[in-house]
Design a protein around this ligand. Structure first.
Ligand code: NI
Length: 165
């Protein structure tokens, strides 16, 4: 296993649509193992293959139970409700923005052996599924934000909200 470099900034690889995975081989297993190690080290809740420069439909999502799910060729099957909350991305370090996402999503995907399964998530997990799947079509959450905040700006906003109470 190896930690891969997370691509940040304006790299065009982050804006490309990814190809479906057709071979469930050792190369895919290596990619997933490396992505797991990379996400763990980055202390994130999700990572998509294009973020490590691989244009394949592969993502990791840490769900509400703290399990790191491997999703190959994932698709959203159903969604319900709406939530508005802060979102960040390992490819856009140090920035956050408010994004509307469904409150609940159901997803189907293949595992590293090609077996299809279904899973679902609410709240942060639903947000994470939507965010990571968007990466596979070359979309970043920043496209959905009116404004991006630095951590200093966020801290200041929180303090002001506290003061208003
Ligand atoms: Ni991201």
């Amino acid at each position: 296993m190896a930690i891969r470099t997370i691509i940040t900034g304006d790299d065009p690889v982050l804006n490309k649509a990814c190809h479906p995975v057709t071979k469930f081989d050792g190369k895919l297993a290596d990619l997933l193992d490396d992505m797991r190690e990379t996400l763990t080290q980055a202390n994130g809740v999700g990572l998509a293959a294009p973020q490590v420069g691989i244009l394949r439909r592969v993502v990791l999502v840490v769900n509400g139970e703290g399990e790191m799910l491997e999703l190959v060729n994932p698709e959203i099957l159903a969604q319900k409700g709406e939530q508005d909350g802060l979102e960040g991305c390992l490819s856009v370090p140090g920035m956050w923005g408010y994004v509307k996402r469904p409150e609940w999503v159901r997803v189907k995907a293949q595992d590293r052996n090609g077996n299809w399964f279904e899973t679902e998530g609410t709240g942060l997990t639903a947000r994470c599924f939507c965010h990571e799947l968007a990466h596979l079509d070359g979309h970043l959450y920043t496209e959905l934000c009116e404004k991006l905040y630095t951590s200093e700006e966020l801290d200041q906003m929180m303090e002001e909200q506290e003061a208003d109470r």
